[in-house]
Design a protein around this ligand. Structure first.
Ligand SMILES: NC(=O)c1ccc[n+]([C@@H]2O[C@H](COP(=O)([O-])OP(=O)(O)OC[C@H]3O[C@@H](n4cnc5c(N)ncnc54)[C@H](O)[C@@H]3O)[C@@H](O)[C@H]2O)c1
Length: 291
């Protein structure tokens, strides 16, 4: 198989690219040879990050896009297509954490803010990206959902509902567009070392470490590790992967497993055995692959 991470001649669009997983994924696409369009509502930051990439000889441009604003999204897709001629890969990643409050005390404004960015934003991005990809007759879309798409989590109902919605949209669009050569999948990251993860635990290091210890690998993920999954899903190596939400989850009985959510049906767990779980408990140290 030829180099699956060769994106020479391809165009990749990333939302929420000013920091965290969006930035790591934009950098990874650029390193793999793609022309990258980095967008974020924090325009200065995303411009500065794109300039750092171009300074290394790779190709990146930045533009402002608030994904909760349909007109911004339409313009983002239109400018990308007119400047580069196509959108081969799109990572719909922009998102925010909800302010924590029990449901009876949560506000309509906060609901609208979180749903508007995390869920309607993904819908809006897919709507315009798909119009372009249909014209091209090809493309790959990856949406950034969350393990929160699979379970409840007290205090952040709007966030959890938004991420359940992202997986539902992903599965539906995947069915609608696979026959047109457009691959649509999601990633469901667990705890990844970014601003959003800090927001989940309201900045508490103890709470952060508690969650990190419950992860099978014994630590929080790095943004680059999600970027690698996104590039794979956008590559020819994932040519038989459709409508998936690639997940790390916690089992209901308290044990932990690494899982792939199978399209529309049940779980395919990897290493879901007692031996796996007890060996994981003994491995509370960082595990690095390929470094
Ligand atoms: N970090 C985690 O543990 C974790 C886990 C599961 C899912 N996620 C999801 O990953 C995605 C990326 O978050 P991250 O963890 O990299 O955090 P992050 O805060 O570093 O990145 C989020 C990016 O989205 C941008 N953004 C926010 N609102 C926007 C808007 N309206 N329009 C455009 N851009 C906007 C921010 O400026 C930022 O650059 C989010 O969708 C988040 O919900 C994060």
């Amino acid at each position: 198989m030829k180099n699956i991470f060769d994106f020479q001649g391809k165009v990749a669009l990333v939302t929420g690219a000013a920091s965290g997983m969006g930035l790591a994924t934009a950098r990874a696409f650029a390193e793999a040879g793609a022309s990258v369009v980095m967008t974020d509502f924090r325009e200065d930051l995303v411009q500065a990050e794109a300039a750092k990439i171009t300074a290394t000889g790779q190709r990146a441009i930045a533009m402002k896009c608030d994904v909760s604003n349909d007109e911004d999204v339409r313009r983002m897709v239109e400018r990308t297509s007119s400047q580069f001629g196509s959108i081969d890969a799109a990572f719909n990643n922009a998102g925010v954490m909800a302010k924590s409050a029990p449901m009876a005390e949560s506000s309509r404004d906060e609901w609208d803010r979180v749903i508007g960015i995390n869920l309607r934003g993904v819908w809006s991005c897919m709507k315009y990206e798909l119009q372009q990809m249909e014209r091209q007759g090809r493309g790959a879309i990856v949406n950034n959902a969350s393990v929160g798409a699979l379970t409840g989590n007290p205090g952040i109902g709007a966030y959890i509902a938004s991420k359940h919605g992202v997986v539902g949209l992903t599965r539906t669009a995947a069915l609608e567009y696979i026959k047109k050569g457009i691959y649509i999948n999601a990633v469901n990251p667990g705890l990844i070392d970014t601003q959003v993860a800090g927001d989940v635990v309201s900045g508490s290091e103890d709470a952060y470490n508690d969650i990190a210890e419950q992860v099978p690998i014994g630590r929080a993920g790095r943004p680059e590790e999600i970027a690698a999954a996104v590039l794979w899903l956008c590559s020819p190596a994932a040519s038989y992967v459709v409508g998936q939400a690639i997940t790390r989850r916690r089992r209901n009985d308290g044990r932990l497993a690494v899982s792939l959510k199978r399209f529309g049906t049940d779980w395919m767990d990897v290493g879901e055995t007692d031996a796996w779980n007890s060996s994981i408990r003994q491995q509370r140290h960082p595990v690095r692959r390929g470094s």
